[in-house]
Design a protein around this ligand. Sequence first.
Ligand code: GLN
Length: 555
Amino acid sequence: MKLSEKIENILNKKTKFIIITGGVVSSLGKGLASASLASVLQSRGFKVRLRKLDPYLNVDPGTMSPYQHGEVYVTDDGTEADLDLGHYERFSGVPAKRADSVTTGIIYQRVIDKERHGDYLGATIQVVPHVTNEIKDFIVSDISDEDFVLCEIGGTVGDIEGQPYLEAIRQLAYEIGRDRIMFVHVTLLPYIPAAGELKTKPTQHSVKQLQEYGIQPDMILCRTHIEIPENEKRKIALFCNVKEENVIQAMDASSIYQVPINYSKEGMDEAVCRYFGIEDAPKADLSKWEHIVDVLKNPEGTVTIGVVGKYTQLLEAYKSLNEALVHGGIANNYKVKIKWIDSEKLESENAEDELSDVSAILVPGGFGQRGTEGKIKAIKYARENKVPFLGICFGMQMAVIETMRDVAGIKNAGTTEFGQDCEPVVGLMTEWDKDGAKQIRHKDGDLGGTMRLGAYECVLEKGSKVAEIYGQDHISERHRHRYEVNIKYEPILNKAGMSIVGRSPDGMLPEIVEIKEHPWFIGVQFHPELKSKPFAPHPLFMSFIKAAIDNSRLI
Ligand code: GLN
């Protein structure tokens, strides 16, 4: 469908757009702000959708280092996306899709493909209109009966990379009408201790810059450490040309789950309804968030989980995992404390010294050899000392290697991810089945977007612990890996006490392992953390935290 037809289509629907930009500094928590606003609107009975537009040139964050960009979030339909899509899904419960995430890399790829295909009929290809049209096309595509589509633009206003996005949203507002699109600008009010004041000047400058691009914000969400005095709010309103009641205070919160409650208290959802002339919407019902905040403030106890990984310096790299553990705690009325243990350091340390104070051990996903012997050391400790253990993706692969080496006696058991010089218990997958179609990969193929990605079905063994935990024997979970435990080692694994209790429907790919003679030792080839939500904790994390609590009572 042509862009003009898509825009026409939108005009015939009720869908309204809320565009979220950021100013002053990065890391303002725009993703969380967008997710929280969506959740509050949802609680008033509206259907929401969240989208992210990232101005970087990578096609997706899949090949970016977790140190630079944090976790790569994976959707059911196999998109490797920005971690903000994780916030969106956790807060709204709406599964994110490929159509909800775009980068400048993808936009240019689409434009160039069209140019090569001859679609532009000899025109000179330019940022305006070709790139901006492609951005607008992304925003208005794949919309059904949503009341609100919230689009977050990554980066900070003023970045060179962001300019085509600002031009695109300006044009969109012109085309669909200002009454169908609201611009929300998130800024920071720095506090200057020597003056004892919050400063509004950076916000004024940032809004000026937006105005230069032809965009007048309709709401300013001010991140602040302390209460904003009324006169400062008035000043922001006057200088930024925004109604005073649309200058919203976004004070630092003790927990991210408090944020939707705070925003609603500050009148953010009311302001959105007012802007769009919606008068009859029910009041926000935030009881589910209040319950979560209440459990976190008054837990029955605290349990400590040791997470052994290599990206422990940047916790954004384990965003969903961190959240899923907290959710598991909420389900058990417990506070979860995470002890981050650097797997590389653990290699030269005594496992007992580092791990004896944790009630359960988790080895998360990962790539590459660095730090792996530390992970294996932690797994051995968990297995031998009957400490609850959850291995996720790489963590499961390492757990299998540990059992093969230490219990089955195959000392050079390893993964071909680190080279061919091992017994290849974990090997590169070059062929597998996806919805009945064969997926084929080559040893030297591209790295980007070629892993086994997204939702796959898994069949659980009847009577296994995982079948009991899930309460069903067919599950669907999200994957992101290139290597896989080779099923041919199953007899040896079985003899060593490790059972394959979850497999792909064709029986070829081991997806879950368990040690039956252990109180709680499970490894999963997928990423359960991606589907956990605060108000719907993932069963594996609920059960893992319960096992940790039971174990802490024994310590
Ligand atoms: N590096 C491993 C693989 O590609 C595990 C990946 C992961 O943990 N996500 O199979």
